[in-house]
Each structure stands twice: as structure tokens, then as C-alpha cells.
Design a protein. Sequence first.
Length: 661
Amino acid sequence: MTTKETRNIGIFAHIDAGKTTTTEHMLFESGTIRTLGSVDQGTALTDSLEVERERGISVRAAATTLHWKGIHINVIDTPGHVDFLSEVERSMRVMDGAILIVSAAEGVQSQTETVWHALRSLNIPTLIYVNKMDRTGVSAASVLDEIKRLLSPHAVPLQIPIGEAEDFAGMHSILDPAKDGELERPEYVQLVEACADVDEELLLRVIEGEPVAPEELRSMLARLTRLGRLFPVLFGSSQRGIGIRELLDHAATYLPGPTGDNEGELSGVVFKIERDKTMGRAAYVRLYNGTLRNRDAVRNLTQDVQEKVTQIRKMDGRKFADLGELHAGDIAAVYGLSQSKIGDILGSSELIPPSPSIAVPLLTVQVQPEEKARYQDLVEALQELTDEDPLLDLQWLPSERELHLKVMGSIQLEILSSQLESRFGLKVRFGQPSVIYKETPSQSGEGFIAYTMPKPCWAVLRFTIEPLPRGSGLVYSAQVRSEDLLTSYQNEVERRVPEALQQGLLGWEVTDLRVTLVEGEHHVWHTHPLDFVVATPMGIMNGLAATGTTLLEPMLRFRITTPEEYGGKILSDLVQMRAEFEPPSILHGRFIVEGIIPAATSLEFPVKLRSMTGGRGVMASSFAGYQEAPPETNAARQRRGVNPLDQSKYILSVRSALSSQ
């Protein structure tokens, strides 16, 4: 099988737009499965977790395979709820093409926009599939207008729906071979003009009145779609199986195959970890180059370890198929990679694309077992779940017997609770979620530490600390000669600086700063590498005490759409929540307002909005970055462990921990 005969396609959408149903019908129409499953009945193939079957929502990205007209298609069905955006993010990294599903009934929703912007940032060729065309009150024209307005003006319909709402009966292709002068059909002319808008050569031909034959237009559309300049729009009703075969045809024709050479240097990425009751831990790998075989020794570049492949399997319909080997451009579950984590690179990193960054947990929560005796079981269960979703970022504080997780929202907490009970037999309690604040230096300053007592030890460090613009993160560098401080010691300092910044003066992570090591000194006899493990946090905290820190709060970009009569009350509420917003607009009796709002003040507002408007008001939001919190904000967090500013106590606590390892 060559890369030309393969497609890696992600299915993306807002929750309830019909991703899983569409995937199920794609598998059925391709002959991969013989009977259709149902999301509502919990029998959909890609909803494999017990909690997914119970609730009828996708929680994890599911990988499966189908064959369509000689093309081997790897399909990744991703969750639609914003709380599981991390699964979407990881899947997006390994896709060559995407199908973005928009519900004709609900139109473009918050998750649709978030996913769309991420797809565009990675320039992933995308088909837009308008589902639920048979729903009451839908209009192809209005949903297409919304797609062009909110997603892209270069979204181009390739079909004309036959009837709408209850009368929807299928589609005519605009690209069908033209007869009897049909090259003058308005829809065909508009399609040619849409291509000409993004292709200068074609534009000249259109201006000169030269006709474009359907086969030629088809070829141009494929080229422009693969370049990410045009986005074909298709219609259907997945529940009734209408439009699925056409969707598969267009995916095979317009979305690109992967590049890569089976004989080249091995290059792959782990994008998903799953556990099977019989097979154990599986690492899902997208291979960009080379060939991976059973019993191969593989170098994990990220972890700098060597691991051995024991088995390679692919989900084929409702069963696993043993492959024996994995070729460039393909995706499969690889067993034996016990140390590999999500995001790890196998072999060379040369061909690996960057990962999008769209999932940002804004809440932190403490979790406790109902039965205190099962505390250690809970630790192990949460470590396993964090292995499968690194953004949970489990913080285990053994001395305080505390377990803290980062989460996206309340639905994720419900799912976690359900998973812990069904999979591990653990009943848990979650504390009240709190917003994750951050800190940044208030001004420039210096941090200094001379760690020379109690003997034997010797580590002298001086840092400069400067604030940077929002979104800069940590920028670290060293300006010290290796004669003064050995390179190995400098590397240890560099490793420890991010750890030292996990808790600032107010207990939150410190970000948007430049840290420069400007002075360093070791002793030929007295210095041990672990001295810099102890010294670095003390030097950094000494610097932060000099600069002071400013509290940063997370902000959300929002759009509220509601019946016109609620507009005044909503604007009043937005002012109280410290929102900054554009002048509102009114469209077809709907009041629309957009802006940014603090996460802390608006956590409960979507529920209040639905209640206030009888379910007719909708708030769509996405992470918009951090900005300075008002001076009166009281959000200090209790520090975990001993503060490095209390140097004597800190040295004793850290040295005891190091000696016990």
C-alpha cells in the first residue's frame, strides 16, 4: 500500500452535530461493519468506553479504519464537548485532512469555531459537511451564509440540496457533467468564480470569457482544497444515511494522502495512549517516515530511551487486525512502548508537525477517595488517567496527602467520577473547582544565592528576571563561562528553573518572563550536581521577592446570541462581570454581543443565561489568554511544601528528600 492510497482524516464538530453517527454510517456504507450502531442506544462502534455508551457522548478520540474505492482511510472520531478539547488537539496533529461537521439546525457553534481556527493555523485541508438537513426549520442558504461569515468566505458548496427540512431528499452535484449549455448554470458559474478568487491564472481565463469544463474544474478544486485555499461544502442527513457515500467520494478525491517513504529513516509520534483488558497498554502511533515492525527496537527521542515493539494492531471495524508492520503515512496501535507518553517522538523529529495549542485547562480541583483506605489506589488510578490525558497534570503531594487535577469544566469532572468508579471501582469526592491564576514579575530585578552551608555543598547563582508581554511564557538563557560553572551544572540549572517557577509569591505559576543566568560558580571539591537542585529555587524566589509579582487572570472570548428582548439585562450582567465588549448587533430578531470576559466572574453565567431565556440564549466561549487581574483580586493560593525564601528550613527539607531517594 502506497501513501497515495491512504487518507488520514479527522472528524471534528461541536457536540451533538453528528460526528459519531456520521462515522458509523461511513463504516457501514464502506462495508466495514454489517449493522449500524446507535449513539443513543450506546452501540456506536467508536464509543467504546462504558461512560460513552451510557451518556451518548464521545469522551476520547477513537481511531478506526475503512476502505473506499481502493483507498485505505484512517478515521479519527473526536469528542465535540469543549471539556475534551485536549483529545481534539492531539488528534489534529496527526491528520492530513479534516471533515468539519456543522449542524444545519444549530449552525456554527463555539467548538466549531475553535476547531476551525486550529485547523487553519495548521493549514489542514478541510471539507465542511452540513448535517441534519432534514430537521424542521433548517435553511441551506442561512447556514451557508453563517459558514462564510464565521468560518471562511472561501467555503464553496459543491451540491444543491433537493428540498429542505422535512422535504429534504438528497443533493444534486454542481459538478455533474454539464449538458445542454449547463456551464451557464448560476451555481456552476459561482463555483468557477469562487476558484478564480484564489487562483490568478483561472481569474484571467474567466475575465476573457473562456469556459471551464467540469473535469478541469474538479482538478482545480482538488488542488486548491489541498492547498487550504478553498473549503468544499457538502450536505446530508447522517441519521438517514443521506450524503454519506458522496462524503466518502469527496474525502477520497479532495483530501490529500500522506507523504513519506517506507525505506526512509523512522519518524513517528505517539498521539494517544489506551489500555486494553487483554493486551494492556497501547501507544497509538502516526508514522511519518520509515517502517515499524514487530520486535523492532525503537528509539524514543523525547525520553531518550530504547523500547521494543511486541505487536502492531489496527482497529478494523469491530475487531483488531494484527499488522506485523506499520508503513509511512499509516496509523496503528503499537504495544511494548511502556515508557512512551503522548507527544513523544519515535526516531527522527524532522518530519513531525507542531502540535496545536487549543486546550487550556482553566480550573484546578482537589480529589479525595470516599474510603480513606483507598487513597493509594486513587493515586495509581489518577496516574493512569493522566498518562492517557497529560493535561490533567496530576499534582500529588504525598506529605499533605493531597491530589490536585487541572480540568476544563464540570462535564469533565462528571466523566472522571464515572470513569474512576466503572474502571477502577473507586468512589471519589471533588472539591470546589477554582480558577487557575498565574503570576508575572511586576518589574525587572535580580536573584542571588550563595549555597555554601551546611557543608559539603557549593553553588553560587545570580539571575536577572524581566517581565515580558502576555503570552510569552518563559524565556531562559545563560551568560556564564563554562570555566566558572561547568556546562553540566548549567544544564541542571536550566532544568530546574521551570520547576522553581511553578509557585510564585502568591502560590501560582509564574509566566511571561525572561530569566537569564548571569553569574555562576562551582567548587572543584565541594560541589555536587544536586547542589543546583537545591540552589536554583532559592535564587529564583530571591529574585521574585525583589521584582514582586502581579496576578494574572484567565480571559474568555465570548459571543452571546439571544432573543432581542433580553439584550438590556445581558448587557447589565456583562458590565457587572467586568466584560469588555463590542457594540451589540441585532439580526433577524436575535441580539448578538461579542467581547472578552474574566473566567472567574463568568463560570456560572451560561447556566444563568439558559435559565433566563428559557433555553433560547447561547453563550459560546474560548480561551483568550491571561491579563492583569484588578488590584483588589484576592486569589493567593496556599503554598505546597516549604517556601525557598525560608532558606534554612528549605535546605533541610530538600536535602532530607534528596538523601532518601
